[in-house]
Write a new protein. Structure first.
Length: 462
């Protein structure tokens, strides 16, 4: 409670300073605050975002700008003066600047690149030249590199001289005279070593590298499997080009998670936050999937037409159609969600398909059996209360129970195998969205249901 009161007091103080227009007092006040708090205030007072950032030192302004949402970053860039924009962009780390620029329209990017210093412009254009979603777009050229023949004392002096310009000094990179990567060494090893010891005596060859053309999702997996805060990025000739830090990879993982969630809901991934996405763009993202799903559901009507004769002879069967197909769709959606998520975090691979199929066969039978028992009990209770289903109610009950086992089994198999098939074909597994699986199982579920009904009721009701 005390923390909330303190927060409110600081907010009131900020409002007063913004209203008074006392720039020096605002500067002094903001310099005392944590940048995460300043970022929250910018979100709460978007109309004053440019003014708040301008009141910070350029270093603190860049650090604050980095943690703002993309939509707020775009707003701030639009509101800042050209001078302040140039100052801010030049201060941003190269990888963060590239992440911002690749999300902006090309004409805006051209204008902003003109504001950069020559050296920063060269670096930015180089990073933007790598293909989208590659490690090259994530890396920063700001790192500490040393040579094999240096002593520990020389390394430490080099870090003191140039460490402030590096993205991180937790890891020091060893290269040869041609810039080829040799090894990476944690800074604690230098701090604990004898000052006269040579770097060549400290290398152990236990390093992990990323290729500049690797996919960003692969970098995410490498970081997850290894306890590293940064990894070196090399080209095909083993030349060290830059480093990728864990914060950038976490941002990529968050973006991919959001895209997967949207695709699993039957929507193309949004390029902008929901409220900032133009209506027509949002419409286009949704209508494609809806048309595909609608055409799929038309097959359900076709299947029902095929079994029209059976429905007319035993109209009671139609009562259970929604129950049957919804159970299959739900089980398929469950399986698809589990498999897509497991693929995304690396818990399973395509090579595990047989183990996954065996588990889903057992799961499908077990889950379907429970639903079948519940369905049979429901028919039994309704029959006892009012003779609802006639003289052949027992056969109808068995039909529904067995059909539920078959449909749920088919749903779990479809939901678990389709993402793996898409992954094998090089497509995004998230494209096998829950609505798509449900539609697929709806159609096939009807075939299973009426096939079971024919088996039990042929010559009796059919």
């Amino acid at each position: 409670m005390a923390g909330q009161n303190e927060h409110m007091e600081l907010l009131e103080q900020l409002e007063q300073l913004l209203a008074q227009g006392d720039t020096s007092a605002l500067n002094a006040f903001l310099d005392e605050q944590n940048i995460s708090i300043v970022a929250e205030w910018i979100d709460e007072y978007p109309n004053h975002a440019a003014r708040i950032l301008s009141a910070l030192s350029v270093h603190r302004a860049a650090s604050t700008f980095k943690i703002l949402d993309l939509s707020m970053q775009r707003h701030v860039i639009h509101e800042l003066s050209p001078y302040k924009t140039a100052e801010l962009l030049n201060e941003l780390p190269a990888d963060d600047r590239t992440s911002l620029l690749e999300e902006l329209p090309s004409e805006v990017v051209k204008e902003l690149i003109r504001l950069l210093d020559p050296e920063e412009r060269k670096i930015t254009l180089k990073l933007l030249g790598y293909k989208e979603d590659s490690v090259g777009r994530l890396m920063t050229p700001d790192y500490i590199a040393v040579f094999m023949d240096w002593t520990v004392q020389e390394v430490l002096e080099h870090i003191r001289a140039f460490g402030k310009d590096s993205e991180t000094i937790d890891v020091i990179y060893v290269i040869d005279e041609s810039g080829k990567f040799i090894d990476d060494i944690r800074i604690r090893e230098f701090l604990l070593a004898d000052p006269d010891k040579h770097v060549s005596e400290m290398i152990d060859g236990r390093f992990i590298t990323l290729n500049v053309n690797d996919d960003q999702s692969m970098a995410n997996e490498v970081f997850k499997m290894n306890n590293r805060v940064a990894l070196p990025v090399i080209d095909d000739h083993n030349v060290l080009l830059g480093i990728v830090t864990i914060d950038d990879v976490l941002w990529v993982a968050s973006e991919e998670f959001s895209e997967d969630m949207q695709m699993m809901g039957g929507v193309e991934a949004l390029d902008l936050p929901y409220l900032e996405t133009p209506f027509f763009s949002l419409y286009k993202k949704r209508i494609g999937w809806l048309v595909i799903l609608f055409l799929g559901e038309m097959l359900t009507a076709t299947a029902m037409g095929f079994f029209q004769g059976e429905i007319e002879k035993a109209a009671v069967l139609a009562l259970f159609i929604p129950l049957i197909i919804s159970s299959g769709g739900n089980s398929g959606s469950q399986a698809a969600t589990l498999i897509i998520q497991a693929l995304a975090v690396g818990d399973i691979t395509i090579g595990d398909w047989w183990r996954i199929m065996r588990r889903e066969i057992l799961s499908g039978v077990a889950l379907g059996a429970v639903l079948g028992i519940v369905g049979f009990m429901r028919i039994s209770i309704w029959q006892s209360l009012g003779n609802t289903y006639g003289a052949h109610w027992l056969l109808i009950g068995f039909t529904v129970a067995v059909a539920l086992v078959g449909v749920v089994l088919w749903g779990t198999l479809s939901g678990s195998m389709l993402p793996l098939i898409l992954k094998k074909l090089g497509a995004d597994p998230a494209a096998s969205s829950a609505p798509f699986i449900a539609t697929l199982v709806d159609v096939t579920g009807l075939v299973i249901y009426f096939s079971v009904a024919y088996l039990f009721l042929h010559g009796i009701m059919l």
